[in-house]
Design a protein around this ligand. Sequence first.
Ligand code: NAP
Ligand code: MG
Length: 497
Amino acid sequence: MTDTMIARLPEVDAFLSRASGSFIDGEHLSGSGRHADIIDPSNALSLTRLGLADEAIVDRAVASAKRCFDNGIWRGMKPAQRERILLKFADLVEAHGEELAQLESLNQGKSIHIARMVDVGFSVDFMRYTAGWTTKLEGQTTSVSIGMPEGAEFHAYTLRQPVGVVAGIVPWNFPFMITLWKVIPALAAGCSIVIKPATETPLSALRLAELALEAGVPAGTFNVVVGAGSIAGQYLAEHPDVRKVTFTGSTAVGKQIGHAAVDHMARFSLELGGKNPMLVLEDADLDKAVHGALMAGLLNQGQVCAAASRFYVHRSLHDAFCERLHGAIQGMSVGPGLDPAAQLNPLVSRRHQQSVLAHIERAQAEGAKVLRGAAVPEEGFYVSPVVLSGVTQQMTVAREEVFGPVLSVIPFDKIEEGLAMVNDSDLGLAASLWTNDLSQAMRLIPRIEAGTVWVNTHVTLDASLPFGGVKQSGIGREFGREAVEACTELKSVCIAY
Ligand code: NAP
Ligand code: MG
């Protein structure tokens, strides 16, 4: 820790004393049952203590969302009016940006710079972009050829209507941003929503629910249940009054949620992380590729679903690539997220820190060479980043999502061999290709099995560009028109005259 730590805004402390548990019908609930400490990952100390939702509280949240949907106040508003309220919500998030960034950094552990630029900055753009779809949802008129009864004429069209109550289940890596990825498309479509944040990181979702209310989103339209995934999360996904479930997290839990949703025919979308490759061809700009790898692999300590974790590098560049990565991770400064000088911050929890350390040990036991980064403090949930060389495709570290600062480098000789290893994965969220050979890039892009392919960049998201996975990385897309349409039902109308 350096002496440059930024001072906490009084608004952050005021919120920490105000938050008490779930947020339903526009009010904080205190809850009388189980409570949990919300931990600062940089020192393992409690930031606040919140009441945890049981099934009865989830029932209240869903009932509140359903009442708001059924009374039609939100979905019945003129689209332009709903758009104005969502834009006001974005303005409030922007105006409270520093407070929100501090809260996110304190609770998640991440760098204040990332919290300001990505969590808040990107989210404000995302909110404004997505709010714009409120006024642009449309159906189609179709040309029907119905031949009976004889002489009848027909007019047919499709109508987009909000699906109903949406449940959003959110992980701990970008709790603020991913909450908004669930909330804004749902509200833009005219739905109401219940968010269940991860147990470790519920704070920013609660603050967002307050700001939505202040912007004019009717009380009960956006509720937050703070509770365990296995209890509150599971019960929410199974709830018969939930019409759509949108989930981001692990593949195993995603499958359970998909099954729970199908059991009551709720729509669902699953964003399930990746084991994302970077393919560095012989002609690539090494400086750019190394810089890109550090960004793509270490952003948020590697706790990013689209992070690059498998680096397939042409043999002619391989040694220089490993050396440069190793040099960079040795020189990194370490500290809490609120220390603006720190380049490396803690992971979210003790549990996750132990899981990442176990992956590194296992990789070493399976034969990878471990190149270690800067030393990290004992206190807090830090993990020193590592570059693994000598990794093979069969090693666990090349196959399973680690979700930490672990960069596995694998050389290849022929492009076909590199491509085969890129696609040799159960997961398929994103991939990047590093080359200046346009023809090669154009030929490879369609052959890479991933929901997103970047060229000479990685982890660059935009609100207009649909994002989601293929294979075990999930079902459905967030962002763009798709995200809002996924919160609607398409009704077909046929009128005889
Ligand atoms: P997880 O278990 O999938 O948790 C994600 C969310 O689902 C949390 O809100 C969690 O609540 C909830 N949940 C857990 N079990 C549930 C259930 N049976 N029904 C409904 N909701 C449930 O993820 P994790 O344990 O935090 O992380 C495990 C691994 O998942 C990571 O190491 C990483 O590989 C991957 N992951 C991927 C992403 C991504 O962006 N795609 C994000 C985070 C993690 P609780 O927090 O209360 O358990
Ligand atoms: Mg879990």
